[in-house]
Write a protein that binds this ligand. Structure first.
Ligand SMILES: C[S@@+](CC[C@H](N)C(=O)[O-])C[C@H]1O[C@@H](n2cnc3c(N)ncnc32)[C@H](O)[C@@H]1O
Length: 334
């Protein structure tokens, strides 16, 4: 698909100076609202991501814990199994849309498997890394800007939303999904990977702004946007790095900074958990659940969606309407 075949990102939203950092595992800075969904301050989301280090650790929010650089690659390889399984029945001739593509690890994977990939990333630093990584793939077209103002052209057999929806308010999640309906091939899937909590919704305010939703909350949002949830699968590769993050965070909270010794403590915790992987990701949470403790606090799931065959005409019309409104919205995210 040639670049000019693509709808261009709204001029207002392309590369607004937008500092952002890719953190997915749940840094709890600032206040948190549990059970109700506060509005995200998108300028803070942008500010956070704009400072992201263009590495494999950054997009997985594993920076700053003293983990080895290989930790990001190990998680990526673990997730590959789940993604490969989800896309195994898709034809290699399809086009893929990768929204919020970070440094482009998944874009690169899709470029090797499918005919065309269109990637949209809002953080200038991550976008630069994405472009660089994908420059050797003639079948990849990249856009720097906000997914909410990006108007896809053509038909896509796969849309990948890897850790994106948690940076969008519920209204914008619905608008985004609604916009996708009209550009999906009949047998297309939308594959989402999102950090989740066990119940309800938790919105972090402060410098790191994010919404964590339960699987049930996502399911009802997806269904309201006119999608059927074909499958939900726990992201096992996420669990032990998240356990390591939460343990090191506890260490940081209890010990004065001068004694943190992160390169030592971080590696000890990381390798300790990795040696017991994958058994410890089942045993430890189960044992702690018996003691009434949730650990890790955050989980992560893959959701496979298809446009609902039962979506009502009214729902579909609402989808088109909200997509139009989205096009007219002023710059509000990333
Ligand atoms: C958790 S990272 C995931 C990156 C990549 N999808 C992956 O799986 O490794 C989320 C990404 O979404 C991007 N992002 C967040 N909000 C966005 C928006 N409104 N438009 C475009 N990109 C956005 C961030 O800059 C970041 O690169």
């Amino acid at each position: 698909m040639a670049p000019d075949d693509q709808a261009l990102v709204s001029r207002r939203r392309i590369f607004v100076t937008m500092p952002m950092r890719c953190q997915e595992s749940g840094q709890s800075e600032g206040g948190a609202a549990v059970g109700r969904s506060l509005q995200l301050d998108y300028s803070k989301v942008r500010a956070y991501w704009g400072h992201a280090k263009p590495s494999m650790l950054g997009p997985y929010m594993m920076d700053g814990f003293g983990f080895p650089a290989s930790a990001g690659r190990f998680r990526f390889r673990g997730e590959l199994n789940a993604v490969a399984e989800a896309v195994k029945d898709l034809r290699s001739s399809i086009s893929v849309l990768d929204f919020g593509s970070g440094v482009g690890a998944w874009t690169e994977y899709f470029a090797q498997r499918f005919a065309n990939v269109v990637s949209v990333e809002a953080s200038p630093t991550l976008y630069a890394a994405l472009k660089d990584r994908c420059s050797r793939y003639p079948n990849v077209v990249t856009f720097g800007g906000d997914v909410l103002s990006f108007q896809p052209k053509g038909r896509f057999g796969l849309v990948f939303l890897g850790g994106l929806l948690m940076y969008l308010d519920e209204h914008d999640v619905r608008v985004l999904l609604s916009k996708l309906v009209s550009c999906l091939e009949p047998d297309a899937i939308v594959l989402c990977r999102e950090s989740t909590i066990r119940q309800g919704t938790k919105t972090l305010q402060g410098n790191y702004q994010v919404v964590y939703r339960s699987v049930e909350t996502y399911q009802s949002i997806f269904s309201a946007a006119g999608f059927d949830v074909v499958s939900v699968e726990a992201n096992v590769a996420y669990l032990y790095p998240q356990m390591a993050c939460e343990l090191v965070k506890k260490w940081k909270a209890r010990v004065p900074e001068r004694f943190w010794c992160l390169p030592v403590i971080g590696r000890l915790v990381y390798w300790g958990l990795r040696l017991g992987y994958p058994w410890n990701t089942k045993l430890i949470p189960r044992l702690l659940a018996k003691l009434g403790r949730e650990f890790p606090v955050l989980t992560n799931h893959f959701f496979v969606l298809r446009p609902s065959s039962h979506a009502t005409v009214a729902q579909r019309e609402a989808s088109v309407r909200s997509a139009r409104i989205a096009e007219e919205r002023p710059l509000s995210a990333c």
